[in-house]
Design a protein around this ligand. Sequence first.
Ligand code: PEP
Ligand code: MG
Length: 906
Amino acid sequence: MTATKRVYLFGNGKAEGKADMKNLLGGKGANLAEMNLIGVPVPPGFTITTDVCTEYNTIGEAKLRELLMDEVKNAVAYVENLMGMQFGSNENPLLVSVRSGARASMPGMMDTILNLGMNDDAVQGIIKKTGNERFAWDSYRRFVQMYGDVVLGLKPQSKEEEDPFEVIIHNMKHDKGVKNDVDLSADDLRQLVQLFKKAVKDNTGHDFPNDPWDQLWGAIFAVFDSWNNDRAILYRQLNGIPHEWGTAVNVQAMVFGNMGETSATGVCFSRDAATGENIFNGEYLINAQGEDVVAGIRTPQEITLEGSHRWAKLAGVSEEERAAKYPSLEESMPKAYQELFDTQRKLELHSKDMQDMEFTIQEGKLWMLQTRNGKRTGFAMVKIAMDMLKEGLIDEKTALLRMEPGKLDELLHPVFTKAALADAHILAKGLPASPGAATGQIVFFAEDAEDWAKKGHKVVLVRTETSPEDLRGMNVAQGILTARGGMTSHAAVVARGMGKCCVSGAGSIVIDYKARTLSVAGKVLKEGDWISLNGSTGQVLEGKVDTQDPELSGDFAKVMELADKHTRMKVRTNADTPKDASVARNFGAQGIGLCRTEHMFFEGDRIKAMREMILADDEKGRRKALNKLLPMQRSDFEGIFTAMDGFPVTVRLLDPPLHEFVPHEEAQQADIARELGIDLSKVIERVNSLHEFNPMLGHRGCRLGNTYPEITEMQARAIIEAAINVQNKGVKVFPEIMVPLIGTLAEFELQEKIIRETADKVFAETGTKVQYLVGTMIEIPRAALTADKIAASAEFFSFGTNDLTQMTFGYSRDDAGVFLPVYLQKNLLKNDPFQILDQEGVGQLVEMGTSRGRSTRPDLKVGICGEHGGEPSSVEFCHRVGMNYVSCSPYRVPIARLAAAIAAIR
Ligand code: PEP
Ligand code: MG
C-alpha cells in the first residue's frame, strides 16, 4: 500500500501539483502550483490537501498532527532551502503565510495568518537583515494581532465587543497624539508587541507561543477550523458548495509589501469584473500588506493610469491631487507595473478566463500570491464569454459552459428610467462596484437588514465598510452602499459574486451608527428613509427612483442564439394572461406549458359567478353560474392563444380547493348572501361544509371535475370555442388540455371522456375543427408508478413537481415554511426541495414516470411545469431524463434556455 500523500510542494519553477488538481489542493493551491510551472514568480511553499481537512474532522488534531509531522517538516525544510532562510533564526528568519483555499473560492470567509514565524529572535534577524526597524516591529505586531484574533480566539464575537488589540492601538495613538497607524514609531510598535502579548496572556491564561513550530501547527488547525465558522457555512449554503469538500491549507514564504516606498501590494483583474470590458484593472497600496487592501481601510490607488483618471473623475479629485497623492502603479513603479501587466496577460491566456490576482512588490520585485478565475456580475459573465469567443480564445461550447444560468437574472432586472434619473437628486458619487439599480429603505446593520427584509421591506444596507459578518444582511438587501473601500473591497467583491447592486467608497457620506443616520451634502438621512443606488455609475440618489425593464439585445441576444443552437429541450412558460405570455415570448418561450385556469377566476365579476357556482345546491344551479363564466374564460383563452400564435398552449383544468374562493369573514358572507338573494345561514353552512383539514390533499384537481363534471364541460367548451374563434382569424393554435392531480387511469379517463364529448359537440355546432391533445399532469406518486397504464390514454405528461415533492416528502406545501428553514440550518436537507428538485428521491419518480409512460407510447411528449422548471440544476436533470420541454415563469425563460443548452453540451 502506498502512503497517502498529504502535502504538495511548489517553488522555483517546479511543483508537485497542477491546475487540474483543484479538488485535492483547493483552487489557490492548484493555481500556485500551476503558476510555478508556467514561470510566474511565486514565493515557494506547500499545500496541505483538502482531504486532510476531512480527516481532521474525523480523527482530530492530535492524531492528524502525527500523520502530518514528517511531511510538514520536510516541506518547511524545502522552503527554507529555496529561500536560504530558517524558521526562527536571528540571522535570516523565514516568515510564512498560512492561508485557506477551498475548491470553490469563498472570498474572505475563512482565515488567514501572515508573518508567521515571528518571535523575539526573528525580529532581531529581520532588523539586522533589512536595517528597517520599523518594518520589523510592524510585522511583529501585525502577526501577534492576527494570530491572537484568529488562532487564539480573541476576535470579538459580536458588534458590541471590542477587539482588545484595536483598543490598545487606539490608546497608544491617543497617548502619542497621532492619527494614523503609519505615524507610530518603531519604538511604539515594539511596545505594542509587548502590550498585545500581555493582552493574550490576560485573555487566554497562556503565553503567546514563541516557537514557530507551535505557531505553525496552531495556524494550520485554525484554518481547518475556519471551514466550519458561521459565515463560511452560510456562504456555502448560499452558493451550493457542499460541506464535505473541506479547505486546503497553503503555507508560503512571506514576501513583504510593507518594506517602504518601493514595496506595495494589491489585487488586480485581467478584465473588468463589473462590466466585463477588456480592461486590465485593479488597486494597490504602497507600503502595505494584503489585508489593508481588501479590508477597505485605506483608500487604495488604481493600478493603471487610465483607471486612475477614471477614479479621480468619479471621486471629484483634481489631477494635481491625484498625481501627488494617489498616483497609479503605472506611474509610481513603471517597471514592476510592466511586469505585472505582462503576467496578468500570460495568466489570462493560459487559463483562457478572466483572472483575479493578488500580488506583492517587495523592494521593486514582483511576486504573484494568487490567481483564480474572477467572480463577476451577470453582465460581465456574458460580455467576457462573448468577447473571448470573438477573440478566438474559446469556442462556442466553452462560452456557454462558462455561464452560470442563474446569473442571467441580473440582466433581466429593471434599470432606472432615463426620465427618473434626470429628475433624481444625486446625493453622492461612489465607485460603480456592482451594476444594477437598487431602491430601498436605509438600514445600517446587517441584522436589521435581515429583520426588515423578513417583514417585507426593501432595504439598502449602508455601512462604512462591510466585513464577512455582514453576509446575511447583504444577501437580503436590494443593494449595498459603503462609504469606504475600493473596487476590490469586501463589499464590492461579495456583491458582484451575488449579482447585487453595490456602490462602494462613496467618501462624502458620513455614517453615525449610534444615531443611525448618514450625512451627506448637508443632508441627514435616517434609518428607514428611501435611497437609490445606480451600481453601474456609482450614483447615490435620494428617495425612490422609477425603474423600467432592461434591453435584451447585444451580447445577451447572442448568448441566447448560441444556446438555441446547442440545445435539445424546448423551453415553455407558465403564464395565465396574454401579457405574461407575450413577455415570455419575448424572452424566447416556445409555448405555454402551464396555464393555471383558477388564476382567471379571481378577478372582478368572475369571483362572483365562481362563488355562485360553488354555493349552488345542485347541478342546475352550478350550470347557471358556469354559463356566466363561459364567455369570460373563452375570451381569456382567445387572448392567450393569440399571444402564442404558432406555439402550443397547455391549459390546465381547474385545480385549487374550492374553499379558497369563498369568504370566511361573516361581513363578507353577508354581502354574498345579499348578492345571491339567499340566507346568510345557508352561506355559512356551505362554507363550513367546504372546510378541509388538509386542503392541498383535498377536493382539488381532477377530483373537482370528476365530482362536478359540468365544470370540466364548461372549461373544455371555452378552450375549444376560443381555439376555433382565433383559428378563424388566422392564428395557428395548438391547444393541449391538461387534467390535474390524477392518481389513477380511471380518474383520467372520465375527464378525457367529458373533454372529447364536449369538443365533438362544439365541432358539430360550429362546423369547424381544431387539432387538440388531452394529457395529464403527473404529480401524485401513484401516477408516476402507473405511468405505463396512464400513457395508454394520455397524449402528454407534464410533471407537476410542486405537488410531487409535497407528496413524496410528505411535506405540506402550505405548512413546510415552519420547519424547512430549521432543516436547512441543521443540514438535514441540503436544499429546499420545493426550489431545487430532489433528484435522489422525487427524481426517481420523474425518471420512472417518463420511461414507463414511453414504454406504452414511445413518442409521449413529456415536460415539467413545477417551479423546478426554471432552476438550472433541475433543468439539467430534466434534460438527462429525456424531457421534451421545461416550463417556467416568464422571467426565468432565458435562464432555462441557457441551462438546457449547457445540459445538452455536458
Ligand atoms: C405542480 O404541482 O407542480 C404544479 C405545477 O401545479 P400547482 O403548483 O398549480 O399545484
Ligand atoms: Mg399541482
